[in-house]
Write a new protein. Structure first.
Length: 183
């Protein structure tokens, strides 16, 4: 027999210790909100690294230009099926909220230009959101994005306090109740 009883016991205990270490590390990193799919709320806020991107007119803007507001920063691409799924609810969220309190900034980081983004918005009847385009690779690396869509929640001081990885319905009661608690 390859392993004797003592070595099997040692391996089993080692696996338990490693498992417990990862559980304690992940729970100190963030708290999963119970009723909102894919929402991660950080115990410690993360300072955002400001970056440049283009607005609909093709002018360079910087995230710090919007710093005084609660920002919902949504990263998407036209070829992303989950992005297509959630974009109408993000548009409706813009309609429901005062831009002075909550600023929604959807940034296309899929390597597409403003014209392609406009066509995408027109197809989905997105009329309330502004179009922004950014450098996908640079932004993804800077903000540690793992996929599309990803939505970041940034407070008035420029700190990310939550993020959603994947698509959700921004008009669900659970999400809207959570958002209202932030204000």
């Amino acid at each position: 027999m390859l392993f004797n009883y003592k070595s099997m016991k040692f391996i089993f205990i080692s696996i338990k210790i490693i498992f417990l270490y990862f559980i304690s590390f992940s729970s100190s990193y963030s708290i999963e909100a119970p009723n909102i799919k894919n929402l991660i709320i950080y115990e410690e806020k993360q300072k955002i690294k400001f970056f440049d991107f283009l607005n609909e007119a093709g002018n360079k803007v910087n995230l710090k230009d919007f710093k005084s507001e609660l920002i919902i920063l949504n990263f998407w691409a036209t070829w992303c099926a989950p992005c297509r799924e959630e974009m109408p609810s993000l548009n409706n969220l813009q309609i429901l909220n005062d831009e002075k309190k909550i600023k929604i900034i959807p940034i296309n980081i899929g390597g597409e230009n403003i014209s392609t983004s406009k066509k995408f918005f027109n197809e989905l009847l997105i009329e309330e959101l502004q179009i922004f385009v950014g450098d996908g690779a640079g932004i993804a690396k800077n903000l540690k994005l793992r996929g599309l869509p990803t939505t970041l929640f940034i407070d008035k001081d420029g700190y990310e306090f939550a993020r959603i990885v994947g698509s959700i319905d921004f008009n669900s009661d659970d999400f809207l109740n959570w958002l209202n608690q932030l204000n």
